[in-house]
Design a protein around this ligand. Structure first.
Ligand SMILES: [Zn+2]
Length: 477
């Protein structure tokens, strides 16, 4: 066995070692080095303690013998207990704040572990700034106090401790990770002390503060009570950085009053607002359609597939409702299609022209919520439009894709979506600017469903547009 030794003692067998000790005692008298097991120090636990002293420590090593002494820094310790040849326990005494050597002396042998122990002052903590942060996490807080040291930890509430960024003995920084809303204790720990700042930090849901600001804006602008508004975050939009918030309040008949605003992220500042009466985006919506016939595009045989495209729209609403856990679709279109050849339609682009064409078939627009013309005129590229605020509301769809052949099923689906998921949305209050949300955001319905009242934003199990106490109201409007 080879033992590396500070005392350069030769390797010896146990039997020989016992013999040597006897000789060694004799040899001491004349100053020759005794051949005994060398003293070594391999570690000290803990390796930090308060400068006031009183920290129990355990030193490990080899060659410890009864009567060994321990010195940490300048101080030779009073309370030393040699547990075994490999372990000494002791209690530190007071010392200056410093990193010092640990020295064990056993007989005439001395072992030193340089810089092995640090004397620290217990820290104190005074403040946490800011004292509130988002439940989403990532709030950087600064804690001030005294005698901070590197390697400290911080814990917010019941969260596990995490390391801090040591800035100076009076300042540390830390990150408050995501937690549910509430006020929590902040627990700081160094290797020699821990401090609890009771209820020093509050996690706040930014949506609660924002919604509270928006509720105030609804009251200011419209005089309406909207405790939990529907909000869509369009802040990331390239050309329209705002929050969009909407509320439909009036549920009488097939119309409702829509209020909408664009605001800053915190809901404090309104950049645009509007209120008007619109078609209610719920219930059975009766649509009367003039489908203009063209042999080249909307032939009679192509028209036979049109009702399938309309059925798919109702299918979209049914799928949305079941996806949200609602018992029934929020919107159902009840369609009446009237096919008239283009040669018999003088003007498909105005409510009056369409009503006149329908009258030739003895069909009245009375009792319908919406009247529409589907006019896929070959060789004439044009979009669609909506005219709300008249009764019935009017919509037009032109040949927006330049179709020049009998319409396929997918072409008819495309036309139906433009009509029912876009133009109808204008009758529900979607402004012509189309900037309630980013155009790049993909929605089945072109408009974020929550902005049409189709989501249960106040969590009472009913989508707001059908809710007798919409948007968190406690009483019916
Ligand atoms: Zn539009």
């Amino acid at each position: 066995m080879f033992i590396p030794s500070r005392a350069r003692t030769p390797t010896i067998s146990t039997a020989l070692k016992l013999a040597t000790i006897v000789i060694g005692f004799v040899a001491c008298a004349d100053g020759n080095a005794p051949s005994v097991e060398p003293v070594t120090i391999t570690g000290i636990v803990p390796n930090v303690g308060t400068a006031y002293g009183g920290t129990p420590i355990t030193i490990t090593g080899s060659g410890f013998r009864p009567g060994s002494t321990v010195r940490i820094g300048a101080e030779t310790l009073n309370e030393v207990h040699v547990v075994s040849a490999t372990e000494i326990t002791a209690v530190t005494g007071p010392e200056n704040v410093d990193t010092v050597d640990v020295v064990v002396t056993s007989g005439r042998q001395v072992a030193t572990l340089p810089g092995a122990f640090a004397f620290l002052l217990p820290f104190t903590a005074e403040s946490v700034t800011p004292a509130t942060g988002s439940t989403d996490g990532s709030t950087i807080v600064t804690v001030t106090g005294r005698n901070f040291v590197p390697g400290m930890t911080i814990a917010f509430g019941a969260a596990p401790p995490r390391g801090v960024q040591f800035v100076s003995p009076t300042t540390i920084n830390a990150v408050a990770l995501a937690q549910p809303s509430g006020t929590v204790d902040v627990r700081l720990a160094s290797p020699i002390a821990s401090v609890v700042l009771a209820r020093a930090f509050a996690f706040v849901d930014p949506r609660i503060a924002r919604d509270s600001a928006l509720t105030q804006r609804y009251a200011d602008r419209f005089g309406e009570d909207v405790p939990v508004p529907a909000v869509h975050n369009a802040l990331a939009c390239n050309n329209s950085s705002h929050l969009t918030t909407t509320a439909y309040i009036d549920h009488s008949g097939n119309s409702s009053t829509l209020m909408w605003m664009y605001t800053t992220a915190d809901g404090a500042t309104v950049t645009r607002s509007w209120t008007d009466r619109f078609l209610k985006p719920a219930g059975t919506i009766r649509v009367l359609l003039l489908v203009v016939g063209y042999a080249q595009t909307m032939s009679e045989s192509a028209f036979a597939g049109w009702s399938d495209a309309q059925a798919a729209i109702n299918g979209d609403h049914a799928a949305y409702a079941s996806g949200k856990g609602f018992a029934a679709p929020i919107v159902i279109f009840e369609n009446t299609n009237v096919f008239i050849d283009a040669t018999e339609v003088a003007d498909p682009r105005t409510p009056e022209g369409v009503a006149a064409a329908l009258a030739t078939r003895n069909v009245s627009t009375e009792g319908y919520d919406l009247v529409a013309a589907v006019n896929i005129e070959p060789g004439r590229g044009e979009g669609g439009f909506a005219i709300p605020w008249i009764a019935p509301g009017f919509m037009y769809i032109g040949n927006f894709s330049g179709w020049a052949a009998p319409l396929t099923a997918s072409a008819q689906t495309s036309i139906a979506r433009a009509l029912y998921h876009h133009e109808v949305a204008h009758h529900w209050g979607w402004p012509g600017t189309h900037d309630w949300a980013c155009s790049t955001e993909a929605y089945n319905f072109r408009v974020p469903p929550r902005l049409l009242g189709w989501e249960d934003v106040d969590h009472d199990g009913v989508p707001e547009i059908l809710d007798p106490t919409p948007y968190g109201r406690t009483a019916s409007p």
